[in-house]
Design a protein around this ligand. Structure first.
Ligand SMILES: [Zn+2]
Length: 297
């Protein structure tokens, strides 16, 4: 057989084979190229709404309890930043009891040791600089808890009835204002029932809610109240604690109304007992306020 008749077809077949092989390899490469990011630009961060933005440094604002951070005692906590960039931390103790931490200062609101099946070991807590008590009901005023938290310079701030029961404390009435420190201001605001027949629980003028302004960060602790008209005047609130258990405080619908009046950046339902937070979640969808549900039953 002549040499050319063998070698030329052989070369032709080889070139064709290499061509086909090359094409199939290129097709195999394509999917892996598709996996590389289409752009290397980073995702733009959402702009913060104000210097006292309520962006938490420890959680993403998801109200799923399992996503929240917990403190050394196991309580859920939320950290925010004041306008000057300092941390302010809220610890969800239970029901009406809130612990607030700022710049080595300890604030305890309505500390109560025993409530239903929950017990708080206030002896183990850091001593309080300020103890705020909204009113004299057993789920808000607990002399034993106050004793456990007190140190030499602790200031107890409360209403007249509590001060009388305790035998000490600074009395504030609705509308009173106090400067606790240079950058810490406190205002006592009304907290009462409006539904006919329920005024007896929290009569108007007796109990307090508090607006606590720490380093420009404004906290509204409503106390035991319904959605009273005075809430229209409570503005620029970063974080609001609103109670949600009938017949003593508000229904979820009332809480939504209160939120629409106050327009806080973040709302923590508290003092909510057995009230369904699912109902509240579904009702609070059309408000710019961010709902954070913590274990404040
Ligand atoms: Zn009460």
């Amino acid at each position: 057989m002549p040499y050319n008749k063998v070698i030329y077809p052989f070369i032709f077949i080889c070139i064709a084979a290499l061509f086909i092989f090359g094409c199939t390899q290129q097709q195999k490469v394509q999917p892996s190229e598709a996996q590389t990011p289409p752009q290397t630009q980073s995702t733009p961060q959402p702009a913060q709404s104000s210097p006292s933005s309520t962006t938490s440094v420890t959680n993403n604002g998801d109200s799923n309890m399992q996503n929240t951070q917990r403190d050394a005692f196991g309580y859920e906590m939320d950290v925010f930043q004041t306008p000057s960039g300092k941390n302010i931390t809220f610890h969800a103790i239970k029901h009406g009891s809130i612990r607030v931490e700022f710049d080595n200062l300890e604030f305890e609101i309505d500390p109560v040791i025993n409530l239903n099946d929950k017990k708080t070991d206030y002896q183990a807590f850091p001593d309080a600089d300020y103890i705020l008590v909204t009113h004299e009901h057993f789920d808000h005023l607990d002399p034993e808890a106050i004793q456990a938290l007190e140190k030499q310079n602790t200031e107890i701030i409360t209403n007249a009835a509590c001060a009388e029961k305790l035998g000490r404390g600074t009395v504030m009435a609705n509308g009173d204002k106090r400067v606790l420190r240079e950058n810490i201001h406190l205002e006592a605001v009304p907290a009462y029932n409006t539904t006919p027949g329920r005024e007896k629980y929290h009569p108007r003028g007796r109990d307090n809610g508090f607006i606590l302004t720490i380093d420009g960060f404004r906290i509204y602790i409503a106390g035991d109240t319904e959605d009273i008209p005075e809430m229209e005047g409570i503005k620029n609130i970063d974080v609001a604690f609103l109670p949600c258990n009938q017949p003593f405080t508000m229904t979820p619908a009332q809480l939504v109304h209160a939120t629409s009046m106050i327009q806080p950046k973040v709302v923590f339902p508290y003092h909510y007992g057995d009230t369904s937070m699912d109902e509240l979640k579904s009702l609070l969808t059309n408000t710019p306020s961010e709902l954070r549900i913590r274990q404040y039953q």
